[in-house]
Design a binder for this molecule. Structure first.
Ligand SMILES: [Zn+2]
Length: 87
């Protein structure tokens, strides 16, 4: 079961930013399905690429979890995005 964690932020009131925070791969497919070309079996592909979600094996099934971004503390300094370097 592939798990994807998505973080949602609203930097400005009318904009929504979705960011993939983590991806946990599910592993190899447990039930590959054949691909036929002109009646001849050509190869096997992962069931997640062909079958609808409810027919996919547990390894191919995709689970997306959406969570709000953590808010900064009121007294914490705001991140500015610039970094000073000393050598
Ligand atoms: Zn599969």
């Amino acid at each position: 079961m592939t798990r994807v964690l998505v973080e949602v932020t609203h930097p400005i009131r009318w904009a929504t930013v979705r960011r993939i925070v983590a991806v946990e791969p599910g592993g190899y497919c447990h039930g590959p399905v054949p691909v036929y070309v002109q009646g001849r079996r050509v190869r096997f592909i992962d069931c997640g690429r062909r079958l609808p979600r409810d027919e996919q094996c547990p390894a191919c099934r995709l689970i997306v979890t959406v969570q709000p971004a953590p808010t900064s503390e009121p007294g914490a300094p705001a991140a500015t995005g610039s970094v000073s370097r000393r050598s």
